[in-house]
Design a protein around this ligand. Structure first.
Ligand SMILES: [Zn+2]
Length: 362
């Protein structure tokens, strides 16, 4: 987790490189905050204007067939709105596909997994673009690798949607199940890491985005985050997964996750770690990614006001008596929703992305 200094240099021999304009925003210690404007070769004058593709990230929707019992306020209604918005193109341009980065359902008990997942599938029906799910801890009640706990997920989404890859516009997306991050044995972690290493190694030079529910690094000052989140799983506790990813800093663009119910972005060793709050709890966010040949524009948005539910904030009142702040997030809003430059930023890529699929879907 420690680099010793904020990152502010171009790194040679990479497929995709990034730099930031406001390095003064550097995190204390190792981490660098993103800025709205990029520097280097990607200036407004020479940027490419036509998007190659776009996608929507939804996560932590916590859809609940027993709505109203113990789940999140308006969770089903929020998920329905977002899926219908993606289908209609009324609120934002219709994306080419949607990634569902875990905790799509509330679950909690094994007998709930099937009904919750089937309800989620029902909600997906209006969507006319591909949907790529990722296993979160709520899909399997933290039991990563357990056939019994994965059964309902596999029945709804397919056996080929647990650990899998797909390509779009020359980018390889790697959907990794790390839903048991803090609570599974070494054999499960080894299987996860072996699969990930293999997928990374067999596509050298191909730009990659990793989708995993639980972030690989802390998205806030770690002691504060541990307290405000209240669970040990505020990050993937197996440092091995991060090491494997960071052996491929030449081609890994970003790691997209959720789980924390807060929105934040940290650059570490040139890789963007992006965690989106999701819709179930405040601030009720989703994210839009527009991929150009030379950059990715990221826009985090809140649901419409009628679906924003302040009482569902898990990082402050009313869950706690107090709200939280940290060194880089000076207000409770910034702490839970991120600074403005964590909600709208650009990942600048020095080399152009391939516009052809370079690898067949599995
Ligand atoms: Zn989660």
């Amino acid at each position: 987790m420690k680099d010793g200094a904020p990152e502010n240099t171009w790194v040679a021999n990479r497929v995709a490189l990034w730099s930031f304009a406001s390095l003064a925003m550097a995190f204390a210690g190792a981490m660098t905050a993103p800025a709205v404007l990029t520097v280097g070769c990607s200036t407004p004058a020479n940027r490419s204007h036509a998007p190659v593709f776009s996608f929507l990230q939804l996560n932590d929707t916590h859809v609940d067939a027993d709505a109203g019992k113990d789940g999140y306020e308006k969770a089903n209604e929020k998920a329905r709105w977002l899926i219908e918005a993606a289908a209609s193109g009324q609120y934002f341009a219709r994306p080419d596909f949607v990634v569902g980065v875990g905790d799509l359902i509330h679950g909690e008990r094994i007998e709930n997994l099937g009904p919750d997942l089937r309800l989620f599938r029902e909600l997906l029906k209006p969507l006319r673009v591909p949907f790529y799910p990722v296993v979160g801890n709520h899909e399997v009640i933290q039991q990563e690798g357990s056939p019994k706990h994965e059964q309902a997920y596999r029945e709804v989404f397919g056996d080929n949607r647990v650990n899998y890859t797909f390509t779009h516009g020359g980018v390889l997306f790697i959907a990794l199940n790390n839903g048991g991050a803090c609570c599974v044995g070494p054999a499960v972690v080894k299987a996860r890491n072996d699969w990930l290493r293999h997928e990374l190694e067999r596509a050298p030079g191909v730009p990659k985005i990793i989708l995993c529910h639980i972030p690989l690094i802390p998205l806030r000052e770690e002691p504060v985050l541990a307290k405000s989140f209240g669970f040990r799983s505020y990050m993937d506790r197996d440092g091995g997964t991060l090491k494997i990813v960071e052996a491929h800093t030449d081609s890994v663009i970003a790691v997209l996750s959720g789980h924390l119910h807060l929105t934040g972005v940290v650059q570490h060793k040139g890789i963007f770690h992006i965690s989106i709050a999701g819709t179930a709890s405040y601030p009720c966010d989703y994210a839009l990614y527009t991929v150009f040949a030379d950059r990715i524009e990221v826009s985090v948005r809140q649901l419409p006001a009628r679906l924003v539910t302040p009482k569902t904030n898990i990082h402050g009142k009313p869950r706690y008596r107090q709200d939280f702040v940290d060194e880089n997030h000076k207000t409770p809003w910034q702490y839970v929703a991120g600074r403005a430059n964590e909600r709208a930023f650009i990942i600048s890529m020095k080399n152009k992305l391939a516009t052809n699929d370079t690898r067949k879907n599995p």
